[in-house]
Write a protein that binds this ligand. Structure first.
Ligand code: PLP
Length: 379
């Protein structure tokens, strides 16, 4: 059996059609998009086209879309840039959900060191943030509310429209990390509720190395990286033209096939659950709206690191918690925020399915999962 990749929340394979679109920009069209000659102009035309396409696809204006090196950079830029930009309004309080990606949480740590007042929005066992808590915490001292679109560990979708409306009612800006949400749900920034949105091309079969930041016109945000006039002076650094071209095309393709891919991925996930139901796993976040791909599966008495190691020997790739957290010795902050004990959190596996998976692969993965669980429990 070939290897079975079930870790699409960590990254997705590059779609070969996307790669074909990128190739000329590594080879013949290699110009620096800032150069004034034809090589530069050709590169800039390609960047413009990708920006235009992404803007249209999220209902934004062309000048509201920026490119950076990854979702992590965009998250840093969004939270720190907003906090600094809005400091001039006298607001210094930032509300960050306790289940954010480390890119956001670590940015909040930096802001705390700089003297900002950061508070953490609690999460419920269901995987949804506590909206009642947020309502009570929102005052006219708050500058930014940061709550992601969908969580990378539970897959649970957060009530962005409601959060946006609450934030706006006190004059705060709402920033939504949509890195996990964007591959599975259409984004229309006019109705989403968020003023600032981040997504990342490698989560929807695009290249690694391209983060996308949407900032609504009029929102005050500072730059993160100085050093050049790229991105209208907001982000210095030579543009990664092939990655930007790939991101634009990958996003178009993801949206074109969104419903079909979601249906396929949901049915593979259901098949896996059906075939493994005898082991009695607990599906986290099962009563909430979720992105199709992620299955957060708690298997009592099974340590996730032991399972992942055994699965890897069988050619099956998956995660425990987020890819970044999976090398850490402490249990995932997301699972802790959802109220799981340390012991419970250590028995949570994250399977995340993708458009290239086949039923045969899922049946194989399910069969091996049953065998591994049995082996671990009987050891
Ligand atoms: N935000 C979320 C919710 C993520 O899941 C990830 C990556 O897993 C990131 C941000 C970081 O994105 P990137 O890998 O492009 O840096």
């Amino acid at each position: 059996m070939e290897k079975v990749y079930l870790d699409h929340a960590a990254t997705t394979p590059l779609d070969p059609e996307v790669f074909e679109k990128m190739k000329p920009y590594f080879l013949s069209e290699f110009g620096n998009s800032e150069s004034l000659h034809s090589f530069g102009r050709d590169a800039m035309l390609a960047v413009d086209a990708a920006r235009d396409s992404i803007a249209k696809n999220i209902g934004a204006n062309y000048d509201e879309v920026y490119f950076s090196s990854c979702g992590t950079e965009c998250d840093n830029w969004a939270l720190r840039g907003l906090a600094h930009g809005l400091k001039k309004t006298g607001r210094k309080k930032i509300l960050v959900s306790s289940i954010e990606h480390h890119a956001v949480l670590s940015s909040a740590d930096v802001l705390k060191e700089e003297g900002f007042d950061v508070e953490y929005i609690p999460c419920q066992r269901s995987g949804k943030i506590d909206v009642e808590w947020l309502k009570n915490a929102l005052t006219d001292e708050v500058s930014v509310v940061a709550v992601m679109g969908a969580n990378n560990e539970s897959g649970v979708i957060q009530p962005m429209q409601e959060i946006g409306a609450l934030a706006h009612a006190v004059g705060a800006v709402y920033f939504a990390d949509c890195v996990q949400y964007a591959p599975y749900r259409r984004i229309d920034v006019k109705t989403l509720g968020a003023d600032v949105v981040v997504f990342s091309a490698h989560k929807f079969y695009g290249p690694k190395g391209c983060g996308i930041l949407y900032v609504k016109r009029g929102v005050r945000i500072d730059r993160l990286i100085a050093g050049g006039e790229q991105e209208r002076g907001m982000r210095g650094g030579t543009l990664n033209v092939p990655a930007i071209v790939g991101a634009g095309f990958a996003y178009e393709k993801a949206l074109k096939n969104l419903e079909e891919n979601n249906r396929k991925i949901a049915s593979l996930r259901a098949l896996f659950l059906e075939k493994t139901k005898a082991i009695g796993g607990e599906v986290l976040g099962k009563d909430e709206e979720r992105i199709e791909s992620v299955l957060s599966y708690r298997l009592d008495g099974v340590r996730s690191d032991e399972f992942i190691f055994s699965a890897d020997l069988e050619g099956i790739a998956l995660s425990a918690g987020s890819a970044c957290a999976s090398h850490a010795s402490s249990p995932s902050h997301v699972l802790s925020a959802m109220g799981l004990s340390e012991e419970e959190a250590r028995s949570v596996l994250r399977f995340s399915f993708g458009k290239h998976n086949t039923e045969e692969q899922i049946e194989y993965a399910a069969k091996k999962t049953m065998e591994i669980v049995e082996r671990i429990k009987n050891a």
